[in-house]
Write a protein that binds this ligand. Structure first.
Ligand code: C2E
Ligand code: CA
Ligand code: CA
Length: 307
C-alpha cells in the first residue's frame, strides 16, 4: 500500500498540474490517462477523509526568532505546520496533500482540526506562562466559507484561547483579493488582539495602495526574495527596498526561509530583526519546541554580537 500511495500522491500532483494549466478544457479530462489520475485523486481524497476520522494529523512548530541589537535571540511566535502521520508511511508533508485538500474542499475539515488544535495548544501555553503566539495558515478556500470566522471564534471560546496568543497567516494573493465582509471580520479579530500576517510576500502581485489599507500587523517576506542576497547585489537591492517599503507602512517584517548565517548577517544590516528558517530551527514537535524555546532568551556567541 505504501508504494501505491506514493504513486497516488505523485499523480495527484499531475492532476493538479493539468487542472491548473488546461483551464476550462474539460474535454481533456476524458482521456484514459487523466481518467486514471482522477481515480487516484479520488482515492487520495478518501484517504484524507479517513485520516481525519482516524486522527492521523499532527502539528509541528517552527519558531520566529527576534534578534535584538544586543545579540539576544528570542522566540516570539511559533508557526503551526500540519503533517500527516499515515499509518503505513513516514510523515507526509503538507505540500503533498494540502493542494489536493484545497481543490476538493477537504481543507475546510482539515483547517477546522488545525484551528481547534492550535486554540487548545495556545490556551495551554498561556496558562503555563509561555507567552508566544501561535500562527495558523489559512487557505483561500477556508476564508471563502461564510461561517469561517464564526467557527474560529467558537474554537477560541471552547478552549478559552486569549486572542493575543493567535496569529492568522493569509497569503499575499488572497490578501489582495479579500472582500469587505472578510476585511471587516479580520479588523474585528485584530481589535480583539489576534494578529494578522501576510504570508509568502513577493510571490504574487501586490497593489501597494491596497496593502496600506489592509488590517495587517506583519508581512512575511518569501524565501525567494532572500535566497540570493548573500551573493547577488541585485537581489540585495530588491530585498532591501521591499523591507524598507513594508517598514515604511508601519508593518513588521518577518524573513522566511533563512538558511545561512551569511543571509542573516546581510538581513540584519538591511534592518531586519525577525527571522524564521532552517538556519535557526526546523519545524519540530510541541514537546521539543517547549523544551528549547519556552525558557529564557539565549545570547548569541560573542563574535556575532558586533552586527
Ligand atoms: P508556508 O506557510 O510558507 O510555510 C513555510 C514552509 O517553509 C514550511 O514547509 C517550512 O517547513 C518551510 N521552511 C521553513 N524554513 C525553511 C528554510 O529555511 N528553507 C526552506 N527551504 N524551507 C523552509 P511545510 O511545513 O512543508 O509547509 C508547506 C506549506 O504547506 C506551507 O507553506 C503552507 O502553505 C502549507 N501548510 C502547512 N500547514 C498548513 C495548515 O495547517 N493549513 C494550511 N491551509 N496550509 C498549511
Ligand atoms: Ca505560512
Ligand atoms: Ca510562507
Amino acid at each position: 500500500h505504501g508504494d501505491s500511495l506514493s504513486a497516488l500522491l505523485r499523480s495527484a500532483d499531475i492532476a493538479m498540474y493539468h487542472a491548473k494549466h488546461e483551464g476550462r478544457g474539460r474535454a481533456e479530462m476524458f482521456t484514459a490517462e487523466l481518467a486514471l489520475e482522477a481515480a487516484d485523486r479520488a482515492e487520495l481524497e478518501r484517504d484524507l477523509l479517513l485520516g481525519l476520522e482516524r486522527d492521523e494529523f499532527l502539528l509541528e512548530f517552527q519558531p520566529q526568532i527576534e534578534m535584538s541589537h544586543g545579540g539576544v535571540a528570542q522566540a516570539v511566535t511559533a508557526e503551526a505546520l500540519v503533517r500527516w502521520v499515515h499509518p503505513e508511511r513516514a510523515l507526509i508533508m503538507p505540500g503533498a496533500f494540502v493542494p489536493v485538500a484545497e481543490e476538493s474542499g477537504m481543507i475546510v475539515a482539515l483547517g477546522d482540526w488545525v484551528m481547534s488544535r492550535v486554540c487548545e495548544t495556545a490556551a495551554r501555553w498561556a496558562r503555563s506562562g509561555v507567552h508566544q503566539r501561535i500562527a495558523i495558515n489559512i487557505s483561500t478556500r477556508e476564508l471563502a466559507q461564510a461561517d469561517f470566522f464564526l467557527r474560529l471564534r467558537h474554537a477560541m471560546a471552547t478552549h478559552q484561547t486569549p486572542p493575543p496568543m493567535l496569529e492568522l497567516e493569509i497569503t499575499e494573493s488572497l490578501a489582495m483579493d479579500m472582500d469587505e465582509r472578510v476585511l471587516g471580520q479580520l479588523s474585528a479579530l485584530r481589535q480583539d488582539g489576534v494578529r494578522i500576517a501576510i504570508d509568502d510576500f513577493g510571490t504574487g502581485y501586490s497593489n501597494l495602495a491596497r496593502l496600506r489599507e489592509l488590517p495587517v500587523d506583519r508581512v512575511k517576506i518569501d524565501r525567494s526574495l532572500v535566497r540570493d542576497i548573500a551573493t547577488s547585489a541585485e537581489a540585495r537591492t530588491i530585498c532591501s527596498a521591499v523591507v524598507g517599503l513594508i517598514q515604511g507602512l508601519g508593518m513588521e517584517v518577518v524573513i522566511e526561509g533563512v538558511e545561512t548565517q551569511a543571509q542573516m548577517d546581510m538581513l540584519r544590516v538591511i534592518g531586519c530583526t525577525l527571522f524564521q528558517g532552517y538556519h535557526l530551527a526546523r519545524p519540530m514537535g510541541e514537546a521539543q519546541y517547549l523544551d528549547r524555546y519556552a525558557t529564557a532568551p539565549a545570547v548569541e556567541p560573542t563574535e556575532r554580537r558586533s552586527l
